[in-house]
Design a protein around this ligand. Structure first.
Ligand SMILES: Cc1cc2nc3c(=O)[nH]c(=O)nc-3n(C[C@H](O)[C@H](O)[C@H](O)COP(=O)(O)O)c2cc1C
Ligand SMILES: Nc1ncnc2c1ncn2[C@@H]1O[C@H](COP(=O)(O)OP(=O)(O)OP(=O)(O)O)[C@@H](O)[C@H]1O
Length: 308
């Protein structure tokens, strides 16, 4: 996929294409429907598809808080997911206050007409330009006859819109399986394995301690059945704790640690991917090592049966 990063006032080259607009965090099933619709239009018009997205999230820039938004898919993962749908081109517009201040007409002139759009599509609730004043109802007007437009209806699951916001809430509540349904695949966090306290090994449950990019949405604290994918592509069933380890620390930082089943290799320094399958239980403070180990044994049985 050809990926073009632009920061206003940089402008795109003219390449005739169907342009599909949105932030697309998570590239969930709603987004997939919108992109699929764009691909159908592109086939009909015999041009490629260009996804037009932004980075960082508008809320992060407009709220003046650098960490206001956690991502289901930070940019690189979002781009990989979009590419895997067969999209040929992606325009990533740096979201700045200057870009946010463009009038709807200016936005369309500079980034859609100016990029060679022959057709523009988005979901029913897409908005653009200063204060989000442009909508898919005003798009035909701002198109100045230079491109046609279409709108994708609301995609729902269980009677409710599929949305990035909804998925972030589910992850925050530990409902990783429901999040996977809306995403169309399990939630994935990528991180590097670092050294922990090496206590895990002594209790028969060695763990890979993972530092993830701080911009990911953190699932609710607790113990999960997960799958761990290694750099070489092998995947192992695992149980993963997101927590403060209250048995050992009064106030610890939140850590993510995975115990991979039937695995005994060195993982230090590796980038691994954790796929979140199902919440098992809350983290607890145990009165000693023996009761923690007994609980871990039980967690292993539960996780193995969920994953089998
Ligand atoms: C599946 C799983 C569940 C865990 N549950 C708890 C828990 O409920 N309470 C707790 O204090 N620590 C819990 N832990 C954390 C262990 O205390 C931790 O793995 C151990 O102290 C090893 O730490 P280390 O990797 O830094 O050596 C859990 C770890 C795993 C892998
Ligand atoms: N459930 C849906 N049905 C139809 N279109 C959708 C749906 N969700 C998103 N879209 C469209 O996909 C594009 C990207 O949307 P956006 O990134 O705002 O997603 P979102 O899931 O609605 O996010 P948020 O929860 O942050 O509002 C937009 O054109 C939007 O209208």
């Amino acid at each position: 996929m050809e990926t073009i990063h632009l920061t206003y006032p940089e402008t795109p080259d003219v390449v005739p294409s169907v342009m599909v607009l949105g932030f697309f965090d998570g590239v969930h099933t709603g987004h997939q429907a919108v992109i699929r619709h764009a691909q159908e239009q592109a086939e009909r018009l015999n041009v490629p598809v260009t996804v037009v997205t932004f980075d960082p999230h508008p809320k992060q820039v407009l709220s003046n808080k650098p960490d206001a938004v956690r991502y289901i898919t930070p940019l690189s993962r979002k781009l990989k997911r979009i590419e895997s749908l067969g999209v040929e081109r992606c325009l990533v517009l740096t979201f700045t206050k200057e870009l946010a201040g463009l009038s709807p007409q200016q936005f369309v002139d500079d980034y859609l007409i100016g990029a060679g759009a022959v057709h523009v599509t988005a979901g029913f609730d897409y908005s653009y330009g200063k204060f989000g004043e442009g909508t898919m109802e005003t798009m035909p007007f701002h198109a100045r006859g230079r491109f046609t437009t279409s709108v994708v209806n609301e995609q729902t699951e269980g009677g409710e819109k599929v949305s990035s916001t909804r998925i972030r809430k589910l992850l925050g509540a530990g409902e990783v399986d429901a999040a996977a349904t809306l995403l169309g695949s399990p939630y994935v966090i990528c991180g590097e394995v670092i050294h922990g306290d090496a206590r895990g090994r002594t209790i028969g449950y060695p763990t890979a301690n993972v530092v993830m990019d701080a911009s990911y949405v953190m699932p609710r604290l607790g113990v999960y059945a997960t799958r761990v994918r290694l750099r070489d592509g092998r995947t192992f069933h695992a149980m993963t704790n997101v927590g403060r380890r209250p048995t050992f620390y009064d106030t610890g930082d939140v850590s993510i640690e995975s115990h991979l089943f039937d695995f005994s290799e060195d993982l230090y320094g590796q980038l691994i991917e954790i796929e979140w399958v199902r919440f098992i239980r809350n983290e607890r403070a145990f009165d000693g090592l023996d009761s923690l180990i007994a609980q871990l044994k039980q967690d292993e049985t539960t996780a193995r049966s969920i994953l089998s």
